[in-house]
Design a protein around this ligand. Structure first.
Ligand SMILES: [Zn+2]
Ligand SMILES: [Zn+2]
Length: 302
């Protein structure tokens, strides 16, 4: 039996398509030994996942993913593993971030409306069980028949969610809104305050940029995250192509080793659109071995 794991997944409690129970069942089908539930600013799926995990013998790691704003037009995602998610103060902090997120979603929707796209907050709110995030917004625009003509004109065809996000919703893009919910340091401190391990998610999307089709890495920015106390880096994560994915894995492996941080990995599985790859990575060459979870557990107990 394979001993692979997946340390980055989403459920309906943020922008995933599956319930926690369905997600754990899928993990079982994919022969994964462990998965973490890492919804955006939300831990409501963890208990149900643990319950199903006990039955199906899939180990569940309680986790969360927090978006942070180190400076205007910059965004990091920080994963927190083995957090004491029942802590009341921690839950109040997440609630605050969710409120700021909702205000920001309204602004992004207005920006898209101003740019000529049909989308409205009420429909989106009805679709999202938990937190509204970029893949929801992209999905909603792409699947609105009223946007078909405009999308075809701009993209040549109906884009996937990833393409739409890159053109409109990332820092610097026309519909992007910055929000000052948390700095990277504050998110790391919050995760540490509930006994968690803080990991920089998918650095290849946040601190590497495509310039003339070439990936350019911002090592200074990486070091700025190291300086505020990050414990690990999600090195085993995908970019669009196999070649770029390999470049990212090589680059961040060497940086992570240099700063003596722990290496983690995950698919960022959402279950729809192209925001994340398949659960447990059935594509490209990436697999996350169980030994990575042992490294995290060691760090937790040190
Ligand atoms: Zn993320
Ligand atoms: Zn994610």
């Amino acid at each position: 039996m394979s001993r692979n794991i997946d340390l980055h997944t989403h459920t309906i409690h943020s922008d995933g398509a599956l319930t926690p129970k369905e997600l754990v069942e899928k993990a079982k089908e994919a022969h994964l030994a462990a998965i973490s539930i890492s919804d955006h600013e939300n831990t409501n799926g963890i208990d149900e996942a643990i319950k199903t995990g006990k039955k199906l013998k899939v180990e569940i790691i309680p986790a969360v993913e927090i978006s942070t704003y180190p400076s205007p037009q910059k965004e990091h995602h920080i994963l927190g593993y083995f957090i004491d998610y029942k802590d009341k103060k921690f839950q109040r902090e997440l609630e605050k971030i969710r409120e700021i997120r909702e205000e920001r979603s309204k602004k992004v929707i207005k920006n898209l409306n101003d740019l000529g796209f049909q989308i409205n907050f009420g429909d989106l709110k009805a679709m999202a069980t938990g937190t509204i995030v970029a893949p929801h917004i992209a999905w909603s625009v792409i699947n609105d028949m009223g946007n078909k003509g405009k999308l075809k004109k701009e993209f040549g065809d109906i884009p996937d969610t990833g393409e739409f996000i890159r053109k409109y919703l990332i820092p610097g893009a026309p519909a992007y809104e910055s929000r000052e919910a948390m700095t990277t340091k504050e998110a790391i401190d919050l995760i540490h305050s509930v006994g968690g391990i803080a990991v920089l998610a998918h650095p290849c999307w946040t601190i590497a940029k495509k310039k003339d089709d070439e990936l350019v890495f911002d090592d200074e920015e990486f070091v700025s995250v190291v300086k505020v106390g990050i414990d690990g880096v999600e090195v085993l994560a995908h970019r669009e192509t196999e070649v770029d994915t390999k470049k990212c894995v090589d680059h961040f492996t060497s940086l992570t080793k240099k700063y003596k941080l722990v290496i983690t990995g995950g698919s960022d599985f959402h279950g729809f659109g192209s925001a994340g790859k398949s659960l447990g990575y059935t594509d490209f060459y990436l697999k996350v071995p169980y030994s990575i979870l042992n490294d995290l557990k060691k760090l937790k107990n040190d």
